[in-house]
Design a protein around this ligand. Structure first.
Ligand SMILES: Nc1ncnc2c1ncn2[C@@H]1O[C@H](COP(=O)(O)OP(=O)(O)OP(=O)(O)O)[C@@H](O)[C@H]1O
Ligand SMILES: [Mg+2]
Length: 235
């Protein structure tokens, strides 16, 4: 579904991602683990079209998206939830969701159906549809940005540290929700530092360290063969 080969990304003269290769099969939930500064967000931003690759290739369902713009990438079926978790604070929850459906703006009936599906997944957002998004709690804002990404009807969803900075009970709900999304058949790439919870729901994982993939395998293999705590994730 998503195939990344020999990808390198530079910030000026600094190489943040150093020739990494990985893939996601249809319906898989794959996690990218790594410490602060490992290059996780850089990788996601490059796939999303927000950063240019210095070398390498990215294909989505066999179609090259390496040099595509962010909008072209979304149209190709890939949605990204960045770590910044930005909502439009003065717009309502409903208005934020409709912005996620921008590429389908002429398909009103389709958007109505999809909104219903998203409301079923996130009943809390349905209850708060008229509330200004800036007044939602942190966990609710995280749900809103995920729900907004789903409004573009992606086949692949990239999530950048969705659990970051949230209370443990909310983190549990976010992981449950990601697991639910996987069961709908969505292909998911989950960037996380919350190793245990990510591996609990992931089929496979890759470990990124200083811009390179240093371990990969099934969640069980990663748990049993990789010193995740100290060496790669900084304790
Ligand atoms: N805009 C930028 N300009 C220059 N260097 C950058 C920029 N953004 C990130 N970097 C550098 O690239 C490297 C990878 O950063 P990146 O944000 O991808 O890491 P990360 O794995 O997402 O970390 P975190 O877990 O803290 O979010 C870091 O060394 C970082 O300092
Ligand atoms: Mg990051």
């Amino acid at each position: 579904m998503l195939d990344v080969r020999d990808l390198s990304v530079d910030y000026g003269s600094i190489r943040a991602v150093r020739g990494i290769s990985f893939h996601l099969a249809k319906g898989e939930l794959v996690s990218l683990l790594g410490a602060n500064g490992a290059g996780k967000s850089t990788t996601l931003k490059c796939i999303a079209g927000a950063l240019k690759a210095s070398s390498g290739s990215i294909t989505l369902g066999g179609v090259a998206i390496t040099s595509s713009s962010p909008e072209q990438v979304v149209r190709a079926g890939l949605a990204t939830v960045p770590e910044t978790r930005d909502v439009f604070p003065d717009l309502t929850v409903a208005e934020n969701l409709m912005l996620g459906a921008y590429i389908h703006r002429r398909d009103r009936a389709g958007n109505r159906d999809n909104l219903e599906r998203v409301h079923t997944l996130f009943p809390r957002l349905a209850e708060r549809k008229h509330q200004a998004a800036g007044t939602l709690s942190g966990g609710e804002q995280q749900m809103l940005v995920i729900a907004r990404a789903l409004m573009s009807r992606p086949t692949v969803l990239l999530l950048d540290e969705p659990s970051l900075g949230l209370a443990p009970a909310i983190v549990d709900r976010i992981f449950e929700m990601i697991d639910t999304l996987k069961r709908t058949g969505l292909t998911i790439f989950l960037v996380e530092q919350n190793v245990n919870q990510a591996l609990a729901i992931a089929d496979r994982a890759y470990v990124l360290r200083l811009g390179k993939i240093v371990a990969s395998g099934t969640a069980d293999e990663i748990r049993s063969t990789t010193d995740l705590s100290a060496h790669y994730l900084g304790g």
